[in-house]
Design a protein. Structure first.
Length: 351
């Protein structure tokens, strides 16, 4: 993505959205705007919104320069062979602009309530999925004797891609981060802080070396939640609502604990589980907001972005929009974030 310590620009950033929040024409305009602003990658997530690969196929024909990626699609809801076929399809439609392919379990609520599936043996499933997808995309004939999938002497009709497509795993807890370091090209996280980055770096160092890999080959990426307007109470409420949603997930408590904010997050989680969502949102403390969301001054936000980039982390801008300004806030956030990297460039040049 970039070399640690180099000057920063919008081309060092990715961006995303919840695709169900915008209609098709708005999504096309949103991604085109990101392309004009110089972002390197649009990252399609998938939960209860639009099919990620269908969206990327459309965007492949509606854009000309920007990279198209997934962060994330579930490896429980698609077989590895279908994931490889989908990746190859967007790769071809976009003229080679697809990647990374970000995969993960999918959120607990999304999987349980949406698909009626249990998240069983996620580490083994992740490893098997990565290895099969990579094999199908890079080898002319591929066989794999897995626990779930056993492709035999199989190939994609178009053949392997000329340049390997990076595969990233979504990981929050230590075990999945370690799995990513052993088998994937990168790890995608959220709520990344100094504390959690140090924890992840240690895990990646150990796990990659155990697998005979160079830890530097494992890219760390993070979703970066952004408040649309910190001076507006409605925008701050929307930002707190986004944080409250993640506090309700067991997967995020490890990160809150690392930061000394476990009690704050658990207080929100308890009320959210009672379905009192407004009260849970109001319980999101200023400490949680400041730690896990860019909701400060432009100088503060630019400094945080610069820190991530100097650490070699790839930030994916994650707008937290007001419900009555959905499209406007999505555009506004990526415009703001593109502007925040300019002060970082000037400051780096002056030092």
């Amino acid at each position: 993505m970039r070399a640690p310590g180099s000057a920063t620009a919008a081309s060092d950033l990715g961006f995303m959205c919840h695709t169900g929040d915008l209609d098709w024409d708005e999504l096309i305009d949103f991604v085109r705007a990101g392309e004009r602003l110089g972002y390197s990658t649009f990252c399609a997530t998938e939960e209860s919104g639009k099919d990620a690969f269908a969206l990327l196929a459309v965007l492949a024909r509606e854009t000309s320069r920007i990279n198209l990626a997934t962060t994330i699609v579930s490896f429980y809801t698609r077989t590895p062979t279908l994931l490889a076929m989908s990746a190859r399809s967007v790769h071809d439609l976009s003229g080679g602009r697809f990647g990374p392919l970000g995969m993960g379990t999918g959120g607990i609520g999304f999987m349980h309530r949406g698909h009626g599936l249990e998240i069983e043996r996620p580490l083994a499933r992740a490893k098997e999925s990565v290895e099969i997808v990579r094999g199908l995309l890079t080898e002319r004939k591929f066989t794999y004797d897995g626990e779930w999938f056993k492709p035999r002497d199989f190939h994609l009709r178009e053949g392997p891609v000329e340049k390997p497509i990076p595969i990233w795993l979504a990981g929050l807890g230590p075990k999945m981060v370690g799995t990513a370091a052993r088998v994937a090209d990168g790890v995608i996280t959220n709520w990344l802080t100094g504390e959690s980055l140090a924890d992840y770096r240690g895990i990646i160092e150990r796990s990659a070396r155990e697998a005979g890999r160079d830890p530097a080959e494992v890219q760390v990426a993070t979703l970066l939640m952004v408040c649309a307007d910190p001076a507006d109470e409605a925008a701050l409420f929307a930002a707190r609502r986004g944080i409250a949603f993640y506090c309700a997930s067991e997967h995020y408590l490890h990160i809150a604990d690392l930061c000394g904010l476990g009690p704050d997050a658990r207080a929100v989680k308890a009320v959210w589980e009672d379905k009192d969502f407004e009260r849970a949102t109001n319980l999101v403390s200023d400490r949680l907001l400041e730690k896990f969301c860019l909701a400060g001054s432009p100088a503060h936000n630019a400094a945080h972005l610069r820190w991530l980039l100097e650490e070699g982390v790839y930030p994916v801008i994650y707008p937290l929009p007001r419900h009555d300004r959905m499209f406007e806030d999505h555009l506004g956030v990526i415009e703001l974030a593109a502007g925040w990297v300019e002060p970082a460039v000037k400051l780096a040049a002056a030092e």
